[in-house]
Design a protein. Structure first.
Length: 659
């Protein structure tokens, strides 16, 4: 089943269409279809860049034009009966051309007289009816090609339920809606297909994808990896720590866990293996670190921007709320790889094996300024669109400061094309998710499900959260992170909020559990991609990923009950929530790894679990109790090891490994 992550993995390994064309013999016009893909992709990126400069256009025209570009590219890049655009055309190519012609015809019809089209809302004519019907079919077919059958089936279910809800049993029963009403909401208005998810994608998520594409083309990926290795490589288990740091840095510009794995993992995984890490562990470290990119500010996954729209708050507020949970996540992985290095006697890299930090900063340090532009502008209150626009210009300008990072005209065009190709799956998923939201609104199912979930959980918040987490992980096996979040926003998040949970905590809870499928078997695409590089067993890599990424399963429950972690509440509550979060996860890490300064026995490990439970509880006094328990459990261990060191005794974990 194709998914956004699988396609990201495939495209990450392949050159852009432009680069492929330039390597072919003869004139570019010998490859008209490939040239069309290249020109359409570049045109879409330039269109968004122009809108960011000139200001947003009329909403329906802008969003529908964006989606029309995306659908045409989808049918060209994901053709029927072929694995990709480079394979020879087959007998199904005529169907692709027909679908492309329908997309173009419908878009021309919509924008030919956009004012009259908008005024016909609630009073559709014959052409509106059939244009809307065909458009929904085209969107579902594009979804099947770029996201997979799972989302098509879910969207189809909601469409059928809205039209025939009087045929459904029990709580799903309700008054049916005629097709005119459904089309009016889904196709004619700025709701449904053209609602908040697609608006967020077209308005600024695309620009951040474009920014990341330019930043990577300037050599930022290699720079981030080298800086991470230079900083951490000389430490115990340095390459694994470098994987954590470099993936964290890459995550700020890459929204795809799999793309992050194949970008940084091709370097860090072999390096981890070379100093003694097991292949499955090395792959799991990279998978967990890479999957954290979508929760790491300042540039998070696409769903984070949609959260800001649903909550009607600045994106900067979402990023600020996400900051410390993301830091806790990477902190936990960092500590675990350190403990693993000590347990297995892995040594550190020698200085001559490391990049020189000063040299690396001199070559590429100026690229950090591009990310700083975004942060500063959003702190100043500018819109994400404005910040992304100037960050892109800043990246281009900054790249010329050094020969090593200077982008050629081909690099810039390839960045424009690559961003458009990367946006196809995300845009299609956002548009199709709009169908689900529109159906839930038209049928009234959302209000019913909210009431049902509250009733089923018996008013117990923990049970409702557990059910939501299970549903999210199941949906994540077939849907993209963005689609999982949007589906839960329509169906479950209102029920969580109804129980008194802070809105930002409820939305981030769904967001986090939409992400964990990347490291959770049986799907675990990020883990499987890393296993391919590490040449390890995919399922073993997936299970180790679950252990290393344990904080991603626990943190959402923690910040729902303790929103101080999200900068919600008084300063004492915030400080207590953040400190207890780090402390609780550290205690939990001791339990899972069975190590502190040397091997830790089960009595101490179990006491550390108790300490973590107390610290995760949202109360200052239980936090204090948790810290006391942790201190009491670990102090004898620390004192013992420190005495051994003072006496010169050999400690476990000091075996030297030849590289």
């Amino acid at each position: 089943m194709p998914t956004e992550e699988k396609l990201a993995y495939q495209e990450q390994k392949a050159p852009t269409v432009l680069e492929w064309l330039l390597k072919q013999p003869g004139s570019l016009f010998r490859y008209p279809l490939e040239l069309a893909v290249c020109l359409l992709s570049i045109s879409l990126s330039l269109y968004h860049f122009y809108v960011a400069f000139a200001g947003a256009l009329e909403a329906h025209s802008f969003r529908s034009t964006h989606l029309a570009f995306i659908l045409v590219l989808c049918f060209l890049l994901r053709p029927l009966g072929r694995k990709g655009w480079k394979e020879p055309r087959n007998r199904w190519f005529g169907v692709d051309l027909l679908l492309i012609g329908l997309v173009i015809a419908i878009q021309v019809y919509v924008i030919w007289d956009i004012e009259k089209f908008i005024l016909r809302q609630g009073d559709l004519n014959f052409w509106d009816y059939w244009s809307g019907t065909l458009f929904i079919f085209l969107l579902l077919e594009a979804t099947r090609r770029s996201v997979g059958w799972a989302m098509v089936i879910i969207s189809g279910f909601f469409l059928l339920h809205t039209a025939f809800s009087n045929w459904f049993p029990g709580p799903l029963y309700g008054p049916p809606s005629d097709w005119f009403t459904i089309l009016d909401y889904q196709f004619m208005a700025e709701n449904g297909i053209f609602g908040i998810p697609l608006m967020a994608m077209a308005t600024y998520i695309f620009l951040f994808i474009l920014f990341g594409s330019f930043l990577v083309r300037s050599g930022a990926g290699k720079f981030f990896i080298n800086v991470a290795v230079a900083i951490t490589g000389a430490r115990v288990g340095g390459p694994a720590k470098a994987a954590v740091v470099s993936s964290c840095l890459m995550g700020t510009v890459s929204g795809s866990a799999v793309a992050n794995v194949v970008t940084t993992g091709t370097f860090t995984i072999p390096l981890m293996k070379s100093i003694g890490y097991r292949p499955a562990f090395a792959g799991a470290v990279e998978a967990c670190a890479s999957s954290g990119g979508q929760i790491m500010p300042p540039i998070m996954g696409a769903a984070a921007f949609i959260i800001a729209e649903f909550l009607s708050i600045p994106y900067l507020s979402v990023a600020l709320s996400s900051l410390f949970p993301a830091m806790m996540y990477f902190f936990t992985i960092y500590v675990m790889v350190h403990f693993e290095a000590r347990k297995t006697g892995i040594h550190r890299l020698t200085r001559d094996q490391l990049p020189n930090l000063k040299d690396e900063l001199r070559r590429g340090g100026h690229l950090f300024l591009a990310i700083a532009i975004i942060i500063v502008l959003m702190i100043m209150g500018k819109s994400p669109m404005f910040a992304a626009f100037w960050a892109i210009l800043g990246t281009i300008a900054l790249s010329f400061l050094r020969k090593e990072t200077r982008m050629s005209a081909i690099d810039m065009l390839a960045a424009l094309e690559g961003a458009a190709r990367e946006a196809v799956s995300v845009s299609v998923a956002c548009a199709c998710a709009g169908i689900i939201i529109g159906c839930v609104f038209v049928s009234g199912l959302g209000l019913k499900l909210t009431s049902i979930l509250v009733t089923v959980s018996g008013g117990h918040l923990w049970l409702l959260l557990a059910l939501t987490a299970i549903v999210a992980m199941i949906l994540g096996m077939g849907l993209t992170t963005t689609a999982v979040y949007i589906t839960l926003e329509a169906l479950v998040i209102p029920a969580i909020e109804k129980m008194g949970v802070e809105p930002i905590a409820a939305h981030l809870f769904a967001f986090y559990f939409g992400l964990v499928s990347a490291i959770t078997p049986p799907v675990a695409l990020a883990s499987f991609a890393a296993a391919g590089i590490a040449k390890s067993n995919p399922m073993s890599t997936g299970y180790i990923s679950m252990r290393l990424g344990i904080s991603k399963y626990i943190l959402p429950f923690c910040f729902v009950y303790n929103p101080g972690m999200l900068f919600v509440g008084s300063w004492p509550q915030i400080a207590s929530g953040i400190l207890s979060g780090f402390g609780g996860l550290f205690a939990l890490t001791i339990f899972t790894e069975g190590w502190l300064l040397e091997k830790v026995g089960w009595p101490v490990r179990l006491v550390c679990v108790a300490a973590a439970v107390f610290m995760f509880h949202p109360d200052i006094w239980t936090d204090i109790v948790g810290w006391v328990i942790l201190f009491a459990a670990t102090s004898p261990h620390v004192i013992k090891v420190m005495r051994q060191r003072r006496d010169g005794s050999n400690l476990p974990g000091q075996r030297k490994v030849t590289i």
